[in-house]
Every structure is written in structure tokens, then in C-alpha cells.
Design a protein around this ligand. Structure first.
Ligand SMILES: Cc1cc2nc3c(=O)[nH]c(=O)nc-3n(C[C@H](O)[C@H](O)[C@H](O)COP(=O)(O)OP(=O)(O)OC[C@H]3O[C@@H](n4cnc5c(N)ncnc54)[C@H](O)[C@@H]3O)c2cc1C
Length: 441
């Protein structure tokens, strides 16, 4: 069974023109469209499949500052407030709750790392509490084990991946924007070197502004425009179990396995960082840029299969604007979950949390996580193509910071003061070397 997803009604009728066109209806594109529409722009949001159907519905739902890289922390903090204000502004429920995130460990070096991060984070105003042995064991009572220590970050939380992007897209429509599912953008038209339209499979929308929030498809789209965007994805496999387990922490991380309460009362189970690398043409093209990232994470990665190659999201081929593109042949990137990983995750979760023992598996799925070489997203105008803002490469953290990213995109495009300093996100930084700059997770 694939990841659960709320389906929303949208319209096939494209506007002839728009103030801004957003390409890609994941959490980032949905929030970008929302903040643009709130500023009075006429926005069209294009999604080649279903809103939220790729990474944005396949994740754990964590919205965290805890252990966040310094470059992303300000956006993570702002995003937590934006998740809340979105609900107040629209009456829509993304499932966001500041339930707090609990990390438990018996590993001294892991605990020391969390303590170091805590010292830095408290200095910039983040609330995070180190837990001693007694506190960790009490907070982790559901495991029935003793823990050497842990961390609790009370102001962090989770939102519901099965509904967040769809309800944000619904809010865009309430503000007068239009949303178009099963509608791939094939390319960009230029006039005098500036963006003048977005060509879709259903016609062209005249516009001077476009946002490319195409997740794992962004680099192959950029290639059509002569823009070099080093991006690669890995396949992560996770599962959910049915509701009914009582008294578990809402969001728990351990090195062995993590568990997150879902909107339906079930739990998402996953092994943090564990993924398969499915080779693709694009991955080979950018391989040397990812060496530092790989050197940091190789212990959690395993070789994958040919599905990345077959799915077409990392193709190096060129496509034509008057013919179906790879995006129309693969409406929803839905890679096969790694069954060995799923079995291991379930086994570890049931061993860690006895209350899960009798809970049946409700779904298992995989998602391609798109990453930049330094693990920080690329958000900003592309120098070579005025009018185009790139917003991709969210490197496994884009769900939680989706609101902040969307807000920043709207700030850039409307000339408002940016919600956070945008420098760390400039796409142009990826033209240099990524050695030594890989994000701390
Ligand atoms: C297993 C897993 C666990 C994760 N856990 C977390 C977590 O706990 N917290 C967290 O913050 N992040 C997490 N992430 C990462 C997070 O899900 C992503 O960073 C985030 O969802 C990226 O959002 P996006 O909008 O950039 O991309 P996506 O959600 O992938 O959306 C991109 C959309 O663009 C569409 N598209 C692409 N090209 C075109 C085109 N040309 N025309 C029209 N549409 C197009 C695609 O169909 C897709 O729907 C996890 C990811 C996975 C897979």
C-alpha cells in the first residue's frame, strides 16, 4: 500500500496568464503559492501528478529545530511559527502540533554531540533540554528500558504528511489561485532573455515569474534550460502501523528505529538515515560533488537497483516541448520499498516499543529524497534566467521547513524583506566545491 494521501479537487482549465507559476505541488511549491497568493498575486500551481504525492506525503512529518545545521536553523524556527499561523489564517488543519521530539541514546559520543548542539542552539534562543539517565528513562518509559540520556525539544513538532500539502493547495484556491493536477510543466519560454511563459502539457501560461519546486525532478528540468544544478536522490523505505498503541511518545528517535504518531493514530516507523543508492545517469554526472556527503553517510547507505534509472527523474536526456516528457510517463515517483529494510524496521520497532507488537502494518512505501552536495536546499533566483526561482534539494528536511521556504520564495519574488537571510541558500554556491561543508543533521 502506498503512503496515504488526501486527494483534493482541482481544475484542468489553465489560465492564459498568471502573475506567477509554481512548478511542483509538494510542500514547498504549495507554500510558495500560498504566500504569493496572500500577497495578492494571481498564482497557478502546477503538479504533474497529485498534490503532495511524492516526498511530501512519504516523510515522517518531523518539523524540527533539534540537531539542525546552523545554516537551516533560522528557517526551521520561523517555519514552526508559520505552521501555526497557517492554521489560524485559513482554518485548514495540516495536523501540525508542537508535541515535542524525544531522542534517546545509550551512546556517550552521540549524547556528547547532542549536548554540543544544545549549547549552540540555546545561544540562538532554541529551547532544548538534555535529559539525564533518570529523565531519559522516565520519558522513554514506553520502551521499558534504561537509557543513558537523551534530548527533548518541546517547541518542535510534527505535521501530517498525508494532508499537509493538499490542504495548503486548497488554501491557495480559496485565495483565488488556481491549482492544476496531472499537468506537467515541460519548459520555459523566454523573451529578451527573460522568462515570459511556462509551457505545460495543456498549453502555455504567460508569466514573468516561475518557481521550480520540482523536488527530485528539478535538476533534469534545469538541464533543459542550460542550468547546472547538482542534485542526487536516495531511496528511503518506511512503513506505518495501525492505530491502537497507547501511551507512546508522539515522536521518538533512537539509533535503532524511530516512531512518529500519525494523524490517524497509527505510527510511522523508520530507521533514520538508512537508504539505498539507485544509480542514475544524473548521479554519475554529479558523483564527484557528492563524495563528501557520501563519506559522511556511507554507513547508512546500501547499493540499490535499476529503478532510479527506469523512473526517469534523473535522466540526462533532452525533451521537446511539443511531446510528452519523462514527467508525463511517471506521474508519481513511487519506487518499490526495500522489503528487507521494512522487515528490519518493524522488528526493531516492536522490540523497542512492546505496545506496537500487535499493531498490524497498514502501509509500506519508499520515497526518493533529493539532496544537494552540501545538504542545504537551493533557494533563489537563477542568475542565468531572470524570473526563475529554484527551490529544490531539500536534502531530507524540506517538510518541516516547507512554510519558511515558501515564505522566503514569496519574499524574493515580491521584494519584501526576507524572512531569513537567504545567502546560505543561494543556488550559485553549488558552482563551487562542497568539500567540508556537508550539513550536520
Ligand atoms: C522517507 C522520508 C522521510 C522524510 N522525513 C522527513 C521529516 O521527518 N521531516 C522533514 O522535514 N523532511 C523529511 N523528508 C524530506 C521531505 O519529505 C522533503 O524534503 C520535502 O517533502 C520536499 O518537498 P518538495 O516540495 O521540495 O518536493 P516533493 O514533495 O517531492 O514535491 C515535488 C513535486 O513536484 C512535482 N513536479 C516535478 N516536476 C514537475 C513538473 N515539471 N511539472 C509539474 N510538477 C512537477 C512532483 O510530481 C512532486 O509532486 C523525508 C523524506 C522521505 C522520502
Amino acid at each position: 500500500m502506498p503512503a496515504p494521501l488526501l486527494h483534493i479537487e482541482t481544475t484542468p482549465a489553465l489560465p492564459a496568464s498568471a502573475d506567477a507559476v509554481v512548478i511542483g505541488g509538494g510542500i514547498v511549491g504549495a507554500f510558495a503559492a500560498y504566500y504569493l497568493a496572500r500577497r495578492g498575486l494571481k498564482v497557478a500551481l502546477l503538479e504533474k501528478g497529485l498534490i503532495g504525492a511524492e516526498q511530501s506525503s512519504r516523510n515522517w512529518g518531523w518539523c524540527r529545530q533539534q540537531n539542525r545545521d546552523a545554516r537551516e536553523l533560522p528557517m526551521a524556527t520561523k517555519s514552526l511559527s508559520l505552521w501555526e499561523s497557517f492554521a489560524a489564517e485559513t482554518g485548514e488543519d495540516t495536523g501540525f502540533r508542537r508535541c515535542g521530539l524525544l531522542y534517546l541514546s545509550n551512546d556517550e559520543s552521540e549524547l556528547a554531540g547532542w549536548a554540543r548542539w544544545g549549547d549552540f542552539a540555546r545561544g540562538v534562543g532554541v529551547t532544548t533540554h538534555m535529559l539525564d539517565q533518570t529523565q531519559a528513562s522516565e520519558k522513554g518509559a514506553a520502551t521499558g528500558r534504561r537509557w543513558k540520556g537523551g534530548v527533548f525539544s518541546p517547541s518542535d513538532g510534527t505535521a501530517d504528511p498525508s494532508r499537509a500539502a493538499p490542504v495548503v493547495a486548497r488554501a491557495v484556491m480559496k485565495l483565488g489561485g488556481s491549482v492544476h493536477q496531472m499537468c506537467a510543466a515541460r519548459g520555459i519560454e523566454l523573451e529578451g532573455g527573460r522568462l515570459s511563459g511556462v509551457v505545460t502539457e495543456a498549453g502555455t501560461i504567460r508569466t514573468r515569474i516561475a518557481v521550480l519546486s520540482g523536488g527530485a525532478w528539478a535538476s533534469s528540468f534545469c538541464r533543459q534550460l542550460g542550468i547546472r544544478f547538482p542534485q542526487a536522490s536516495i531511496r528511503s523505505s518506511i512503513l506505518s502501523v495501525a492505530a491502537g498503541a497507547e501511551d507512546l511518545p508522539p515522536a521518538l528517535h533512537t539509533a535503532a528505529v524511530s516512531a512518529t504518531r500519525r494523524g490517524d493514530g497509527g505510527y510511522t516507523l523508520a530507521i533514520s538515515g538508512r537508504a539505498r543508492v539507485d544509480p542514475t545517469p544524473q548521479q554519475m554526472r554529479f558523483a564527484r560533488h557528492f563524495v563528501p556527503m557520501f563519506a559522511r553517510r556511507w554507513r547508512s547507505l546500501a547499493p540499490g537497483g535499476i529503478e532510479g534509472w527506469k523512473s526517469g527523474h534523473e535522466t540526462l536526456s533532452r525533451w521537446r516541448l511539443d511531446r510528452p516528457t519523462p514527467m508525463e510517463f511517471n506521474r508519481i515517483l513511487d519506487p518499490r520499498p526495500d522489503q528487507t529494510q521494512i522487515r528490519l524496521t518493524l522488528e526493531r520497532a516492536r522490540a523497542l516499543l512492546p505496545a506496537l507488537e500487535k499493531r498490524p502494518v497498514s502501509a509500506a512505501w519508499a520515497g526518493y529524497i533529493d539532496s544537494t552536495p552540501d545538504g542545504v536546499p537551493a533557494i533563489g533566483e537563477v542568475g542565468s534566467l531572470p524570473g526563475l526561482v529554484l527551490a529544490a534539494g531539500f536534502s531530507g528536511h524540506g517538510f518541516g521547513i516547507g512554510p519558511g521556504a515558501g515564505h522566503l520564495i514569496a519574499d524574493i519574488l515580491t521584494g519584501e524583506p526576507p524572512i531569513v537571510d537567504p545567502k546560505a541558500y543561494y543556488p550559485d554556491r553549488l558552482n563551487g566545491s562542497a568539500w567540508g561543508k556537508v550539513a550536520d543533521f
